[in-house]
Design a protein around this ligand. Sequence first.
Ligand SMILES: Cc1cc2nc3c(=O)[nH]c(=O)nc-3n(C[C@H](O)[C@H](O)[C@H](O)COP(=O)(O)OP(=O)(O)OC[C@H]3O[C@@H](n4cnc5c(N)ncnc54)[C@H](O)[C@@H]3O)c2cc1C
Ligand code: SF4
Ligand code: SF4
Ligand code: SF4
Length: 478
Amino acid sequence: MTITHTISEIAKNKLCHSCGTCAGVCPRNAIEMQLDECGIFIPIVKTELCNNCGICNKVCPSKEFDYSKFQKKIHGRLPEHTLIGNFISCFDGAINDDLIHRRVQSGGFVSAILCYMLEKRIIDGAIVTAWDYHSPLKPKTYIARDKNEILHAAGSKYLPVPTNVILKEILKTKAKYAFVGTSCQIHGLRKFEDINPCLSNTVILYIGLHCHCVYSFHFIDHILAKYQLKREDITCFDFRSKNWRGWPCDMRLLLKSGKIINIPSNISRSLARGFFSTWRCHLCYDKANEFSDISCGDCRVPSAYGKPTLAEINHNTLGRSDIIVRTKRAKIIFDRFLIETEYKVQPANHKSIAQSLKISEKKIGSSVAYHLTKFICPGLPKNSVHFSFCNMMNQWDFFALILSMMNTFWLYISRLMLKYPFYRKLLVIMPTSWLIKFYRITSKFLLERLHGNETEMNYQIKKSELDNKEQLSRGEFF
Ligand SMILES: Cc1cc2nc3c(=O)[nH]c(=O)nc-3n(C[C@H](O)[C@H](O)[C@H](O)COP(=O)(O)OP(=O)(O)OC[C@H]3O[C@@H](n4cnc5c(N)ncnc54)[C@H](O)[C@@H]3O)c2cc1C
Ligand code: SF4
Ligand code: SF4
Ligand code: SF4
């Protein structure tokens, strides 16, 4: 029998999301998720246990994720709003409890709705990701069954987490769950739902986190090396804490000695995004978590704070959540949640949310990355859709596009370089301020110029799906 493991190829080509779906569904427990040399989790197949059933290949969202098929399956239609996806209504909101608000990442929507659903017995458990009690630098996915366990998971861990390994546990029970995860994690579960429809009676609500990228685990080692710390010195590693200056949060390390190290967000985030975000994330289209039931993120719409610009907010807030209600199932639960709790919301404009989330930057950026790397990177995922912008405005846009292409190559090379210890050492030796300047020059300036005008985007589906063939020629850029 020939054993064909496309998932091993996916991992070898640095295309794995680390979602863990393959490991979660393998009937022979033949897949183990392990950290690779680039600092992401990849599946390792124990060939002696595998019977070549092929389920892992079928559920892998990185190999293929058919956008149009799942849009129609979940929402009944293709999205009218190509940046944000199908939705019923949009809001921004915040939890009405200062203590909890300080602890959660944004406006605490995720923790609040999970607590509500548990309290009202709509679910038996919530699938969440927290730092491991025993290992404060390792995230762990588990089933939370009370308010404390939900709040323990509050806060974003910007790391690749194989959340979907939890399928092993939840498929054994008849209980009902809500799942919290990034877009790629939800893509994996949606694909499994396709071959095992019972999953939709088990996971009754997918709460999607808006997601720009995750960082390699090498980023944690980088921070430790910069501050001359050892792993065992750390009690708490908080990617984004409100305890120093409020939202939009700074990185905070709590040491066993009691010392606290605050690292301003402009440094920690630029450094992480510029040098440690994973290559796979640069190919990802789905920032707004379009296949979840309800998605949320940091609300950056200035008007939500009663201020005209974000600069004026100046950390003087605890943050809000933007909330996109996408399915009828979510709407029923969300409406009851609003009536029966003190969670405060106000309606939000979907265009403002799309703009503040910079979704076009993500979609155009990944489109550029996809089209350029398909020549050099084997096995690129098929998702049946690409985005293009139809109105290239002026020579500036063209210039920015060329530089953005060069930037793609730099991203590709630098992410692959992470596997070499000398490159990681070089990043530690280089002054952080230089790295950040380099990142801003190559990425920020160019992408902002390119995407700043929120280019109108075309949602292009497989040729066979297009009713109107004219659409293909109009605005096709690549
Ligand atoms: C990797 C990642 C990237 C993100 N990128 C963006 C972005 O670019 N723009 C934006 O607006 N928002 C982004 N978010 C979402 C944002 O950071 C908040 O998580 C979101 O606004 C929810 O806030 P909250 O106060 O409601 O959450 P909380 O009440 O604090 O709950 C957070 C929940 O997130 C879950 N969680 C944390 N880390 C992970 C993980 N790695 N995988 C799966 N689940 C996890 C926990 O289970 C917890 O239940 C990202 C989140 C993550 C995890
Ligand atoms: S082919 Fe089947 S048995 Fe083999 S690793 Fe994949 S899911 Fe497991
Ligand atoms: S299912 Fe997820 S973890 Fe497994 S290979 Fe595919 S992307 Fe990677
Ligand atoms: S950017 Fe996309 S691929 Fe990367 S973690 Fe987020 S959802 Fe997954």
